[in-house]
Design a protein around this ligand. Structure first.
Ligand code: MG
Length: 255
């Protein structure tokens, strides 16, 4: 009789303990849920962008060159581009001058594909030299840097004379290569001084080569770079450095 009473008491105690544990667990879950709700943000909802297949432009990109015409480009000397159009590419024609976009851009994501000549002529800076000038001032170097010694702050993927690329991710001459560029435009104060400098992040053939590097000013061949105030949006230019470098599949997303 005594033993049965004892068993009943133990059972009751166990039930109370279980009940209290379940209650505490529920309260903890509610608290966690409240905590989650206080940090979950529902708006604004990001705009839907349909990605391109491979390196094709995403749905919100502005196509600057699709291989069919050079309508988005003009010569920096004035008038239409005199570069050669063919095989889905546009190719530098020596001494016709650099070309630039008719539209102007500030902060952007730029995809561009380039190819240096398969037949190697010259060395160092005279081999497959061209360049992509963001806002017509800040050069991301294009060069055949596949087994081609030159000063490292002037090799392919350098922010010319300012930043050495993290690695050399070059493909051989004659092979198409990609640059994916994230560019932040500089901001100037009223008096022309710099409020915020420009920045480059660049992937070459999918490999990070510039990681949010600060631009020191206009690209210059000699001397030290310095900023000169310009419009928030300026064209993108491609350099005629006298070598028949080709470009294709150019698209941009304004940020
Ligand atoms: Mg160049």
């Amino acid at each position: 009789m005594k033993k049965q009473n004892l068993n009943n008491s133990v059972r009751k105690i166990l039930l109370v303990v279980l009940g209290v544990s379940a209650l505490l667990f529920s309260l903890q879950c509610l608290a966690q849920d409240d905590n989650h709700k206080s940090t979950a943000i529902w708006e604004p909802v990001p705009v839907v962008v349909t990605p391109g297949v491979g390196t094709a432009p995403p749905s919100d990109a502005i196509v600057l060159f699709d291989g069919k015409n050079m309508d988005e480009w003009e010569s920096t000397k004035g008038g239409p581009s005199k570069w050669k159009l063919g095989d889905g590419a546009m190719t530098v024609v020596k001494k016709t001058g650099s070309i630039r976009t008719k539209k102007a851009f500030g902060d952007c994501q730029l995809h561009i594909e380039w190819r240096t000549p398969a037949v190697v002529v010259g060395d160092s800076q005279e081999r497959g030299n061209s360049g992509i000038f963001l806002q017509e001032r800040y050069e991301l170097q294009v060069l055949d840097s596949y087994n081609n010694k030159t000063y490292v702050n002037g090799q392919a993927g350098s922010i010319y004379k300012q930043h050495i690329p993290l690695v050399n991710a070059c493909r051989p001459p004659g092979v198409w290569q990609t640059y994916d560029i994230i560019y932040t435009a500089p901001v100037f104060k009223e008096d022309g001084t710099v409020e915020k400098p420009a920045y480059f992040t660049v992937l070459q053939n999918g490999v990070l080569i510039q990681n949010h590097v600060e631009v020191k000013g206009n690209t210059v061949h000699s001397g030290q770079p310095h900023y000169e105030k310009h419009n928030p949006k300026e064209p993108i230019a491609l350099q005629d450095h006298g070598n028949p470098v080709s470009y294709r599949n150019i698209w941009i997303r304004e940020l």
